[in-house]
Design a protein around this ligand. Structure first.
Ligand code: SF4
Length: 351
C-alpha cells in the first residue's frame, strides 16, 4: 500500500534472532530486526548496501514494489509483526547462546532499521524487549526516536539492568541533520528522550555516529556537554565514511536542502587522504574532550582508516578497536590482558 510515498507491507522472513558481527563494535552478539527498510531514510545509511537488502531484490519487488532498493531507501518498510507471536517460543526453545568478550551475548534491536520509527515498529519492539527480559537476556535498543520509546518506559524500567537504550546523535545542528537525515526527530528531541529514560533509572548510551565534517572542536565540546545530561554509560564515536554507495545521495541531499557548506565539506571527503585527516582529527578531539569532561568515550575507528595513516597513528587507532567498551552493562568482563595504549601519537605533525 502506498502512503505518503512510503510503501509498507509484511516481511515474509522467517528468521527472527540472527547472530551478528557487531561484537567487533562492542555492541551485541545477536540482532532482531523488527522490519526491513526504514522510514527515516538517512542518506548516508549503510544498511541498503548490506546483504540484508542487496540479496533480496525479488522479495522487495514482490512485497513493496521496490525497483532500486538503494536509491529508494527510506521509501519502503516491510514490518515483521509475526515476531510478536513467535518470540517467546523461539526464546523458550533456544538452549545455547553465543557470548563473545565484546558482544557479551547482547541482543541488538534493531541495527538494520529503526525499531521506534513509528508505532507499528514500536509495538514489535515492546514485545521483544519484554520477552528478552523475561528470559533473562540482555537487550541493546538503538533508535533516533527515543521520545516514542518512552511509551514503553514501563517495560524498560521493569527490564532493569537487562536493557540499555541509546540514540545516534551525530550533530546538534538541526538544519544539517535534517538535510541528510530527512525524516528523523531533531537532535534535541533525542537528547530529551534519553534524559527522561536516564531519570527513570534506565541505562542509556549515545552514539555520535556519524559526525559530520562541518563540526568544529568547540561544536563537539558543546555537544558532549549536552550529552552528559543523559548520564550515558558509554558514548561511541565514529566519523562519517564516504564509502557507502549512498554517499553521492548524501552530498546531493545536502545541496538540495541548501546546506552548501555541508555539501562542500562532504564532497571533499571523497579524497581518501582528506577523509583520513578529518577522521583522525575528530577522533582525537572526541578522545581529548571526553577525558576533559570525564565522560566514558569509546572511539570506533574504521578498519580502512588504518591503511591511510602513519604507523604510530594506526597503532593508536588499533588500540581503540581492541579496547573493551567502558559500559558495565551486561556484566562486561575486565580484560585479562593489559589494555593497549590509548595515548595519542604526535598527530599534529601529520594532520
Ligand atoms: S535510522 Fe538508522 S537504519 Fe534508519 S535510515 Fe537512519 S541510519 Fe539507517
Amino acid at each position: 500500500m502506498k502512503r505518503n510515498e512510503i510503501t509498507t507491507g509484511d516481511d515474509p522472513t522467517k528468521a527472527v534472532l540472527s547472530e551478528s558481527g557487531l561484537h567487533s563494535k562492542h555492541l551485541c552478539d545477536y540482532v532482531i530486526n523488527v522490519a526491513t527498510g526504514c522510514k527515516h531514510g538517512c542518506k548516508f545509511c549503510y544498511v541498503p548496501s548490506t546483504p540484508n537488502i542487496r540479496a533480496r531484490p525479488e522479495m522487495l519487488k514482490e512485497h513493496a514494489d521496490v525497483d532500486q532498493p538503494q536509491r529508494e531507501w527510506g521509501q519502503y518498510v516491510l514490518y515483521r509483526d509475526s515476531i510478536i507471536d513467535r518470540i517467546d517460543g523461539i526464546l523458550n526453545r533456544k538452549r545455547t547462546w553465543k557470548r563473545t568478550p565484546q558482544g557479551c551475548g547482547i541482543v541488538g534491536i534493531s541495527f538494520a532499521t529503526d525499531c521506534y520509527m513509528d508505532g507499528r515498529a514500536g509495538k514489535i519492539t515492546r514485545k521483544v524487549v519484554q520477552s528478552l527480559a523475561e528470559h533473562d537476556r540482555y537487550a541493546r535498543v538503538l533508535t533516533r526516536n527515543p521520545i516514542l520509546a518512552l511509551q514503553d518506559a514501563d517495560v524498560f524500567v521493569e527490564a532493569g539492568e537487562n536493557v540499555t537504550i541509546g540514540s545516534s546523535i551525530p550533530c546538534m545542528n538541526a538544519e544539517h541533520v535534517h538535510a541528510i537525515e530527512p525524516r528523523t526527530p531533531p537532535p534535541e528531541h533525542r537528547l530529551r528522550g534519553l534524559k527522561e529514560f536516564s531519570e527513570m533509572g534506565v541505562n542509556t548510551y549515545v552514539s555520535l555516529s556519524p559526525t559530520y565534517p562541518t563540526q568544529s572542536r568547540s561544536d563537539l565540546h558543546e555537544q558532549l556537554e549536552r550529552i552528559a545530561e543523559c548520564e550515558p554509560s558509554v558514548i561511541f564515536h565514529e566519523p562519517i565514511n564516504p564509502r557507502s554507495g549512498n554517499f553521492q545521495m548524501t552530498v546531493q541531499a545536502a545541496k538540495a536542502a541548501g546546506q552548501n557548506e555541508l555539501a562542500m565539506e562532504l564532497e571533499r571527503l571523497r579524497d581518501r587522504d582528506q577523509w583520513a585527516e578529518y577522521a583522525v582529527t575528530q577522533l582525537r578531539w572526541v578522545q581529548e574532550l571526553g577525558e576533559g569532561l570525564d565522560l566514558p568515550v569509546h572511539l570506533w575507528p574504521d578498519k580502512s582508516l588504518l591503511k591511510h595513516v602513519p604507523t604510530d597513528v594506526a597503532d593508536w587507532l588499533r588500540g581503540w578497536r581492541n579496547r573493551q567498551s567502558p559500559e558495565g552493562f551486561a556484566d562486561r568482563e575486565t580484560p585479562t590482558t593489559s589494555p593497549p595504549s590509548l595515548e595519542q601519537p604526535n598527530l599534529r605533525t601529520w594532520a
